[in-house]
Design a protein around this ligand. Sequence first.
Ligand code: GDP
Length: 375
Amino acid sequence: MKKPRPEDKTMALKVNEGIEQPAAVNREAVSHLARKRKSLLDAAAYVEGILKGDRVLLSQAITLVESSLPSHQQIAQEIIQACLPHSSKAVRIGITGVPGAGKSTFIEALGMHLVNNGHKLAVLTIDPSSQISKGSILGDKTRMEQLTTHPSAYIRPSASAGTLGGVARKTREAIVLCEASGFDTVFVETVGVGQSETAVHSMVDFFLLILIGGAGDELQGIKRGIMEMADGIVVNKADGDNIVRAERARAECENAIHLFPPPASGVPTKVLSCSALTGSNIPEVWQMIENFIQIVKSNGFFQHKRNNQLVQTMLDAISESLQHSFFQHPSVSAQLSVMEHLVRNRERSSYIAASQLLEVWFNALRGNNEPEKQG
Ligand code: GDP
């Protein structure tokens, strides 16, 4: 078919001149950002506010921690450095369980028990769903209504997009800021649907698994590894008609736990039943956590674990930076899709392709350094 030309008046088909494409950059958004940036305080002002317990400045600082803008990151790192000497004092508790296990109801019940007993509680969440679905399993419910309005509680929903490593890092930094702001207890909640449990386990002192009582096959959906990670387990929804079934589930769980190797903490893992809805056994759950913390503080495990976590944080930060540097390098990204194609077509083995790409990167790094050496 003959291609129509705009000037060809005899053609039935006509090519319109088209409309002007909008600029790739939204100028309004940029100027809004610039306005916002101008309103940024300096790091010292945030630090002063955080140390005084100012919630607004704490929230703004956590937003800076979560931001990927280099200018925000720079100020966030200054704030974190200044807050570090004031952190480490809180007890950090990880809470996991499948969706529907009753985590938010439980956090509300245990949280209210704590704030009513003079504690200051911060609740942070790691929600891997927000990364996958761009929605959030945790975020779209009305959650923890009483706690949200309590003056001694601070609830911060999940850091959104990013790799799990990135989200974990932001949560660790948010913990530092919350502790500097005077919270003596930090809950880190995660949905038990992926690898986020391991990330949360690596940043807390006590890891609590919430199971649902009475479902009949309680243990099936929970990976053995997660049960082994738990310092304590609660079977929730032990109320009404469900009490007997919940109790049976608790006993089954206790039997299963006995088959695991003894925990490194030196404290046998306890299994309790409770009802987040009625509040029954909630004080006992807190007692279990307090006892654990007391024992591990005296047997040295508390400090040992925190020291290991600091080292792990360093190793994670290195891995993350290396990955970023590798994948963002122009020489690598130029070759990556070629290699992917070759691997997919079985024309090159995955391992050879990987080592060739790494070689490209190493060479590029050497190349970058050479002028310096010669100069
Ligand atoms: P999450 O997805 O793990 O955060 O679970 P939710 O806290 O949103 O609870 C899921 C459902 O279980 C809600 O309808 C709660 O009201 C209910 N639920 C939570 N805890 C209990 C409990 O102790 N007993 C009973 N009967 N229902 C509960």
